[in-house]
Design a protein around this ligand. Structure first.
Ligand code: DGY
Length: 329
């Protein structure tokens, strides 16, 4: 196939760096230009004449979508997460899927680290209190937070982002690191004396429990009432991975009943969170609108990787970051 006959459809405006790379290869690049996610119908229609889809997490690429678009040569996801795509079905249909790991690890770990401090010292609650005119006299017994020095950070899913979070917490607060993973992370064990523990031990021992795993059948709803009950009453729950990994109703109840002390979320379920959600008015809670990778550096990196995955596949048959290599014959 000549490069100038290859059509790439990009489902949302992304940084120019990747688009420029695709155009430089001579591909025909078509962009969704509206500042809103495409509906499934709009995406179905747009992808019909495309060879490659450069997708975002907001695009639901389920069995039906994939079966109706089995002509796609590849899907290149502008994200590290790919829980919006039915990967087994894509593999069955021979559609390889690329993603964009590593380039967003620093940015996302910063959000986990920032939320940890924000919750421990009630930043968001106090900010709101000032805006609402509530800053009165110095109160010796009010707004008391917790210090983080020497405490235990528990990481659920210790991969590229979790390791940066471990580094931040170790460097700033000399925190002890424990983690729950399917596999041993020897880098974390060597560099940060991290100790691999069971899920129950993670729940019982963490002062700060930070979620960095993928959303899968195994992790969906993992942090529920039963899990929160096993955590310390002084503990802080942080989730910057996917909102589906915790049960929001159970989290609200755990905070209301003081089963756990606080929570910081960059991901919620559903997204966007409703403005009347009780979590938004809790003293020991900090919520952000899924901005883990929202830095110029990370988004440029994601755009570049998403394009490089496509270019490499078309030129060499290899996708540098492929989530389902089994799809490539
Ligand atoms: C990711 O890359 O998975 C981020 O959550 C942005 O969607």
């Amino acid at each position: 196939m000549m490069n100038n006959t290859i059509r790439v459809f990009v489902s949302r405006r992304i940084p120019a760096i990747g688009i420029d790379l695709l155009k430089k290869e001579g591909y025909q690049v078509e962009l969704w230009s509206e500042d809103r996610p495409m509906t499934t119908e709009e995406l179905m229609k747009a992808v019909k004449s495309a060879d490659i889809l450069l997708s975002l997490g907001e695009n639901k690429l389920d069995t039906d979508f994939l079966q109706q678009n089995k002509h796609l040569k590849m899907i290149s996801q502008f994200a590290v997460g790919y829980d919006n795509i039915n990967i087994p079905e894509a593999t069955r249909l021979g559609i390889p899927v690329g993603n964009t790991p590593d380039v967003l690890s620093e940015a996302t770990a910063d959000i986990a680290f920032g939320l940890t401090i924000a919750v421990s010292r009630k930043f968001f609650f106090n900010h709101k209190m000032i805006i609402e005119g509530g800053w009165g006299s110095f109160k010796p017994m009010a707004y008391l937070g917790q210090e983080l020095s020497g405490k235990t950070l528990g990481i659920y899913g210790l991969g590229a982002i979790g390791i940066v979070m471990a580094q931040r917490c170790r460097g700033a607060y000399n925190m002890n690191i424990i983690y729950c993973n399917r596999t041993v992370n020897s880098i974390a064990e060597q560099k940060f004396d991290a100790v691999r523990v069971s899920f129950e031990e993670l729940l019982g021992q963490s002062d700060v429990l930070s979620v960095h795993s993928v959303l899968s059948d195994e992790t969906r709803g993992k942090f529920n009432a039963a899990a929160f009950k096993q955590m310390k009453p002084s503990s802080i729950f942080i989730n910057t991975a996917r909102g589906g990994i915790h049960n929001e109703t159970d989290l609200i109840e755990a905070l209301n009943s003081k089963t756990i002390w606080g929570a910081g979320l960059d991901v919620t379920n559903p997204e966007p969170m409703h403005k009347d959600n009780p979590l938004l008015s809790m003293e020991n809670v900090a919520i952000l609108p899924h901005i883990g990778s929202a830095t110029v550096e990370a988004r440029d990196g994601m755009s570049r990787l998403a394009a490089e995955n496509i270019i490499s596949y078309l030129n060499t048959g290899i996708i540098p970051h492929c989530v389902n290599p089994g799809a490539i014959q």
